[in-house]
Write a protein that binds this ligand. Structure first.
Ligand code: IMP
Ligand code: MG
Length: 177
């Protein structure tokens, strides 16, 4: 993996946007919300958002879920599988699902329906990025960092074949770079 990455959102832009998102989230959800971060792509975003939420008075419980769509290609396939489930019950909780990017929407629709079916009191979704042109199912994020172009992006937790997650910024890879 040695492809060129063209910066799209800088570390400072991301930090500033996350502070705004945290303020909006803390204004809408109770301080004792349960956060479910979807692994692996959201781990950097979730870590920074959770600390920004602290400064807005939130005192969340944090949980994780690993979901995957079948196949390793850059175009996600139709079905979603649970590779690792949450550790705590979500029944009666106000849940905030955090993910890296809303693209086809299948992953987040699956996650939302799963958590709703387990009796969560409310379910909200926060994503760092949204690619509006690629939606395959009807779902919207309640909180969104940036609208990204319909090209493959990496960095800040987002990967291409599990590389580039360590970049402190988000950049375009391949045809978009
Ligand atoms: P969706 O189910 O099609 O909305 O895709 C969601 C998942 O696909 C995300 O959580 C990412 O892991 C992955 N994904 C979609 N677009 C990109 C991208 O541009 N870069 C890296 N991962 C992506
Ligand atoms: Mg991924």
């Amino acid at each position: 993996m040695g492809g060129e990455v063209k910066p799209l959102y800088s570390a400072r832009q991301i930090e500033a946007r996350i502070a705004e998102l945290a303020e909006a989230i803390a204004g809408r959800l109770p301080a004792d919300m349960v956060i479910v971060a979807l692994l692996r792509g959201s781990f950097v975003f979730a870590a920074d958002l959770i600390r920004a939420l602290y400064y807005q008075g939130a005192r969340p419980q944090i949980d994780f879920m690993t979901l995957g769509s079948y196949g390793k290609s850059q175009e996600s396939s139709g079905s979603v599988a649970i590779h690792r489930d949450v550790s705590e019950a979500v029944q009666g909780k106000h849940v905030l699902i955090i993910d890296d990017i809303l693209e086809s929407g299948r992953t987040l629709l699956f996650a939302r329906e799963l958590i709703e079916s387990r009796g969560a009191e409310s379910v909200h979704i926060a994503v760092l990025l949204e690619k509006p042109g690629k939606r395959k199912v009807e779902i919207t994020a309640d909180f969104r960092g940036f609208v990204a172009p319909d090209y493959f992006v990496v960095g800040y937790g987002l990967d291409a074949a599990n590389a580039y997650r360590e970049l402190p910024f988000i950049g375009l890879l391949g045809e978009g770079a």
